[in-house]
Design a protein around this ligand. Structure first.
Ligand code: FES
Length: 293
């Protein structure tokens, strides 16, 4: 009687241990789901690298603990040995094998455990997708355009419109599109030369009224501001690596590492003598990699 009692007690003990393991694994998966959800919320609200790191660690830790508990307590354990000379199983062994299979198959039927695992995977998956937002907006054509539009007035950095009379002979003025004073990509240098020395190329005949020429101030080598002008040679100079641009020849580089001309801003003069742009720069501004495909 006592032997029968021991045999009956063993499956009960196993079932109880499995239930405890199942609860532990489910708890770990739910902890993972909660940490992943909190991670998504922290990220969405602006982010905090330290908190995000802790939550990610908790989420992955919970997932790991859940899987390890499942693997150690709820799946059939080996090693399994079979006596080679025994070619047929006894009835008891067949029953035990069947029981073992059923127990293994029951892992998939444990609804609490499976639901917790699904919640953990869904939460972690959502949290992992969030950083896609950090890639920023699609570039589109924004790097090829600046704020300059046809008819826009040229203004100084304090927003005052620039008139023809305000630019001295052989002088240089930094100008911006009206409404965008201080614009990094719209900044241009305005230079006045003797109209007699101009020999504009085809298509640019009316871009430089009364000897006034405007070019992008962003160096085409590495983006420094081209802020120096040498009137004797009609060259704009970049102080960073000494590139020089000939403003009488479409601002082509004549010295230094820059390989592309400075884009030109086509100009016009209105009835009040105020300078206006005919449109955007002749090509994308700045270093060459912006517009190379
Ligand atoms: S940035 Fe102008 S020469 Fe290098």
């Amino acid at each position: 009687v006592s032997r029968q009692g021991t045999e009956a007690a063993q499956p009960d003990a196993i079932v109880a241990a499995e239930r405890r393991a199942e609860r532990r694994a489910a708890l770990a998966f739910l902890a993972c789901a909660a940490a992943a959800g909190a991670l998504a919320v922290v990220y969405w609200r602006g982010g905090n690298p330290r908190v995000e790191g802790i939550l990610l660690g908790l989420a992955l830790g919970g997932l790991g603990v859940g899987f390890v508990t499942m693997g150690q307590r709820l799946l059939p354990q080996g090693p399994v040995e079979q006596e080679r000379h025994e070619l047929s199983a006894t009835e008891v062994e067949e029953d035990e094998l069947e029981e073992e299979f059923e127990r293994a198959a029951s892992v998939g039927r444990r609804r609490l455990l499976m639901s917790a695992l699904a919640a953990a995977v869904a939460g972690l998956g959502a949290a992992i997708l969030f950083p896609i937002r950090s890639l920023g907006p699609k570039e589109g054509g924004t790097l090829s355009r600046t704020p300059w539009r046809p008819g826009m007035r040229l203004v100084t950095d304090d927003g005052r419109p620039v008139t023809v009379a305000a630019v001295p002979a052989n002088g240089i003025v930094t100008v911006f599109p009206e409404g965008h004073a201080g614009s990094a990509d719209g900044q241009a240098v305005l230079v006045r030369v003797d109209p007699g020395v101009l020999a504009p190329k085809k298509g640019r005949e009316d871009w430089s009224p009364q000897g006034l020429l405007a070019y992008s101030k962003v160096c085409t080598h590495a983006g420094c501001p081209v802020g120096l002008y040498q009137a004797e040679t009609h060259q704009l100079l970049c102080p960073c690596h000494q590139s020089a641009f000939d403003i009488l020849d479409e601002a082509k580089p004549v010295f230094g590492p820059a390989a592309r001309p400075l884009p030109q801003l086509p100009l016009s003069v209105d009835a009040e003598g105020v300078l206006r742009a005919q449109g955007d720069f002749s090509e994308p501004i700045g270093p060459a990699w912006w517009n190379r495909r």
